[in-house]
Design a binder for this molecule. Sequence first.
Ligand SMILES: CC(=O)SCCNC(=O)CCNC(=O)[C@H](O)C(C)(C)COP(=O)(O)OP(=O)(O)OC[C@H]1O[C@@H](n2cnc3c(N)ncnc32)[C@H](O)[C@@H]1OP(=O)(O)O
Length: 513
Amino acid sequence: MAKTGLLIVSNPKHITKLLSDISKTVQNTLYIQLLSALSDPLGSFHANVFSAPPKFSRTIYSIYSQATQLCNNLDVRVLLSGLKSAVPQIKTLKPIDIVIFDKKYNQIEIDNFIKNKVPNIVLGHKILTVECCASEKIAPEPDNRDEGIYKHVCLGGTFDRLHTAHKLLLSDAILRASDKVTVGMTEENMIHSKILWELIQDIDTRIEKVNDFVTDVCPELTYDIMKISDPFGPAIVDPTMGMIMVSEETVRGGELINEIRRTKNLEELKIVAINFIEEPNPQPKEEHKVSSSNLRLRLLGTLIKPLKNKNIPNKPYVIGLTGGIASGKSGVATHLHNLGAAVIDCDKIAHRMYSRDGPSFQKVIDQFGNDIINFDGEIDRRMLGDKVFNKPVELKKLTDILWPEMAKEINRIIKILPNPIICVEAAVLCQAGWDQFCHEVWITLVPQRDAIQRLVTRNNLDEEQAKNRLESQPSNKEYVENANVIICPLWEVAYTKSQVEKAWGLLQHRLSK
Ligand SMILES: CC(=O)SCCNC(=O)CCNC(=O)[C@H](O)C(C)(C)COP(=O)(O)OP(=O)(O)OC[C@H]1O[C@@H](n2cnc3c(N)ncnc32)[C@H](O)[C@@H]1OP(=O)(O)O
């Protein structure tokens, strides 16, 4: 299979057939160059079949929405330079391994075209012709397209895991800009309300991906891709901006920007809204439009980080299950148990360590005093909890006593359990360094506000106490950094179970290798 393909489209109506065929031929990136149907032979390449950029908008919408349905595994990039003005050559950042035509040309035409128009092509490249008839259906065209071209166009967003709807938004902005496009990229303070925000790519990665795309599809424009920490960015102060691209659901944001511009005697921005691209195969909890949230949801249960080689025996296979307080670890452990894993509950091991006959009983009393002893001679865990939760120094004194004994006990149990897969459930597994004896780290993740709510109802704590408990633990972001697999038990039990089953199935697949 070729890594990077260049598809030369003489008639966009062929796209459906072309994309279905090409997804079997090209592996990573597919560039699409729209070629004028009137520009035969290929030698006179420049686009003139479409008269003005708004018409390209419809074609590009159609291509990206069909790409979503037919070859979502490919990074599809519709090249825009030739659509804005005649350009002598097709420039691409990645070298082309295969050129695909949608109609037959003779060998001399093809050779000349490749030689003159495609400078970034690999030696030994392939040529493919997919002959098409013109009757394929085209995706619905967006309505109310605006006709104007503006010197400086702006847009903003999070642009997590750049997908076809982002590409469409950026492409439309590029088509409508004569000089410059400014892209405002939301900083972390603006993303906390998003679903699974902890999985959003870091801002530098997001900027890099957007920059890579825009400079690839249209290197002629100037781009300013900047971080923004409020919903307006430079759009409320920059007098050179003339237009803002928004999505259907952020039109109100554009209007707010204009309200502020009016107060500063700045000209209002033309607001152009782009239609959503429909999600062809929405799964439970997913939106019906192409979205980054859907992509993040799809990560649940999958291996999000490669496994490290650890110097531990292959068998049994140990999953370290960790996650914040009240994040649903025990529920996930139960699902794993039902699937055949043995579960070691480290909270219970800790309790055993300082039970009256346990190895740490006296040390804990010596450290925290006789007043934590109950009427039955056992340590009162609630009292001990009050002494250590949200008091990092005190908690460390307790864990310094307990963890070494617990680690010994856990490793002893791992050795004697008959199950091929063992789950070690521990709230602060990685902080204790116990990920060292686990082959994988799985985490449970729920938003902080939900964990607080669970603690209030489940543990009978008031909100202040619940917050204190949470604060004595690592943040969700820290958990995510250590995770190989993430489960989000935020919704109904059946959905959590389906995530665990997915993760289990993928684990079996990994183990079979
Ligand atoms: C490396 C590990 O993760 S081992 C498992 C965690 N245990 C320890 O670190 C031992 C120290 N902790 C303890 O001895 C007890 O938790 C006490 C005495 C502080 C409190 O006892 P209890 O009130 O009975 O609470 P319990 O042991 O059920 O723990 C309550 C929650 O705090 C979590 N927790 C316990 N210790 C810690 C800790 N050191 N850091 C962060 N969270 C902790 C528990 O995992 C549990 O989470 P969950 O509600 O999501 O299941």
